[in-house]
Design a protein around this ligand. Structure first.
Ligand SMILES: Nc1ncnc2c1ncn2[C@@H]1O[C@H](COP(=O)(O)OP(=O)(O)O)[C@@H](O)[C@H]1O
Ligand SMILES: [Mg+2]
Length: 159
């Protein structure tokens, strides 16, 4: 199932992230793709917030590849920007990270495209100008996602 959303401000992106965050379960992987400044880390803050992690604990310093947080569900926040190859990702144990018993958020996920689980949730951000972002979501065909997407109806692009 996929949907295109229009985010007109940071708050819209946080709304999408919080709405998705509320229905995430252990083992879910969210693959985030989009240019620098597109809103990937903002999205991670929104998910973290509904899991009980203060927004200021979710950062994406380029030198930290994996940050773990204990909350309502354990969260693993991964930023693979610095990795130069999928081999390097395998060297840091990315397959174990992605198959773990946590919610996993991956920034710059396109860099490890072939290592992502087939059923992962994909959020692709495009900067449209100013504060406007297009968010393309691809989610599994499961009732929890259908319910979450229906709560985002007002942001559906062109709808
Ligand atoms: N619609 C929007 N959605 C998300 N962030 C937005 C939006 N409009 C403006 N911004 C700003 O864009 C920046 C996004 O930064 P960040 O989330 O760190 O990007 P990334 O992690 O993709 O590099 C933040 O400063 C945020 O306030
Ligand atoms: Mg970031």
């Amino acid at each position: 199932m996929d949907v295109e959303l229009l985010s007109s401000r940071e708050g819209d992106t946080l709304f999408v992230a919080r709405t998705l965050g509320r229905i995430l379960e252990r083992g879910d992987v969210v693959a985030l793709t989009g240019d620098l400044g597109a809103g990937k880390t903002v999205f991670c803050k929104g998910v973290g917030e509904v899991l009980g992690i203060p927004a200021d604990r979710i950062l994406s310093p380029s030198f930290t590849i994996v940050s773990e947080h204990q909350a309502r569900l354990p969260l693993c926040h991964v930023d693979v920007y610095r990795l130069s190859s999928e081999e390097e990702a395998l060297d840091i144990g990315i397959d174990e990270i992605l198959s773990g018993d946590r919610v996993c958020l991956v920034e710059w996920a396109e860099k490890i495209r072939f290592l992502l689980p087939p059923d992962c949730i994909k959020v692709t951000f495009s900067i449209l100008g100013g504060d406007r972002r297009r968010l393309s979501l691809v989610v599994p065909d499961e009732p929890r996602f259908i319910a979450a997407l229906s709560r985002m109806r007002h942001l559906v692009a062109g709808g």
